[in-house]
Ligand binder design. Sequence first.
Ligand SMILES: Cc1cc2nc3c(=O)[nH]c(=O)nc-3n(C[C@H](O)[C@H](O)[C@H](O)COP(=O)(O)OP(=O)(O)OC[C@H]3O[C@@H](n4cnc5c(N)ncnc54)[C@H](O)[C@@H]3O)c2cc1C
Length: 463
Amino acid sequence: MQLLKTSSNITNKLEKLLGRNNVLTSNEDLYAYTNDCNCELLPEEKPLAVALPASIEDVQNIAKLCFENNIPMIARGAGTNHVGGCVAKKGGILIHFSRMNKILEISQENLNAIVQPGTTIEKIQQQCEKKGLFYPPDPSNLKVSTIGGALALSSGGPRGLKYGTAKDYILNLKVVLADGSLIETGSNCSKNVTGFNLTQLFVGSEGTLGIIVEATLKLIPKPQTSKILLAYFDTIEDASIGVNTILEAGITPSVIDLLDKFTLQTIEAFKPSGLQTDKEAMLFIEIDGTKNSVIEDEKNIYNLLNNADIEIIQTKEQEQIFWTARRAAFGATSKLKGNVITEDVVVPRKQIPTLIKGIKDINAKYALTACIMGHAGDGNIHPNYALDFDNIEEMTRFYKAKDELFSLALSLGGTLSGEHGIGFEKAHYLKKALGYREYIISKQIKSLFDPKNLMNPGKMFIE
Ligand SMILES: Cc1cc2nc3c(=O)[nH]c(=O)nc-3n(C[C@H](O)[C@H](O)[C@H](O)COP(=O)(O)OP(=O)(O)OC[C@H]3O[C@@H](n4cnc5c(N)ncnc54)[C@H](O)[C@@H]3O)c2cc1C
């Protein structure tokens, strides 16, 4: 086939495939896609076009066009990742899944759901709950984040402690490869050890191996009831120790999130919700299960955390208020200086106090403002840095702090990301985190699926 030479030829061809309304090419439209929640604007890295497919076949046709013309392709869900994962780093066609947003099936018998990649997590959870079923992974922005993006990052969320993350609730994927071919990575059975576990290879691969066009999710029965406890501590170390106290007693709450004093103050200034703002740290604890087990866990946690000031939330309305407050931490931080960068490091749980102390020391050394919070039950901490991107001197300090933050996490036996992924934001650190040999093997795996390096190039691996 003769190669299409110019960008207008490509966009014309795309319009023929998808219809004119389903290909965005205006400067204004493309500008809107130069960013994600990494927040660092990259206006010079606009995609050539944004394609809005409606079917698997549409995605295959887009991929074939890109493959034949050596054009990068970047899958995009809601664009809410924090690592620059779905921007067009090397140009190319951005494939946005807003039209592939349907739940195709929810099966009570099979305990699974078949969904298109653009479906929001909230929609999946709400529809499953109507049938008494539960899809636990819940990134804090679940209202907008899509299942395609969540699987591509193996997103987690507050409930990761008890229930795991996106990787634990996936049975099978349909994936379009770079050349436009369609593969199925597993089966819809609840057990399967037939061949390599390709499903788990694609989960967390950040769109660098192929494009997820359908997913069969594993579901579980919905827990009977739940309760929230807010435990306030005089020191952040006490709060970190409180996490291990609960777990060592054999209790596994669905959520143990830690929020430091500055996070509590920032949320309250942004959206007053009734959080205490004079204590050094709070544990946001949710327990769930049967009515009896929740009563028992509540009593035990209350007794175990005898150095904490504990508030037990009594009504579902109040619970909603505190969930909204908890989920507002990122948005609230962005009000402090105009910009925010969320980091995401993870360590073995017992290292949490050392990690938090280290983060505070680094932030003090570089005079940075950060709200420290995270899924402490998972050893996963997010310092949310309030920054002014126009302040070059401050950004230089931030990048130095970031280097030290990742070195600290690695030195504690931890790693670069618990749930946000690598994107281009952490690509420079990946070799150090994985090790040289492991890095090379990972690149070799990528080139097997994507020999021309057209799938989300410039992410994970620095060329
Ligand atoms: C306020 C806020 C709170 C958050 N809280 C959490 C949290 O608690 N836990 C957590 O883990 N994350 C959290 N995040 C990060 C983010 O929401 C999640 O990572 C989310 O799941 C990304 O979904 P998305 O649809 O926005 O994906 P996008 O940002 O659009 O894409 C993410 C990555 O997936 C790839 N991708 C997208 N769709 C596909 C596809 N169909 N096939 C292949 N690759 C694809 C993209 O190329 C990109 O690399 C939060 C973000 C915000 C803004």
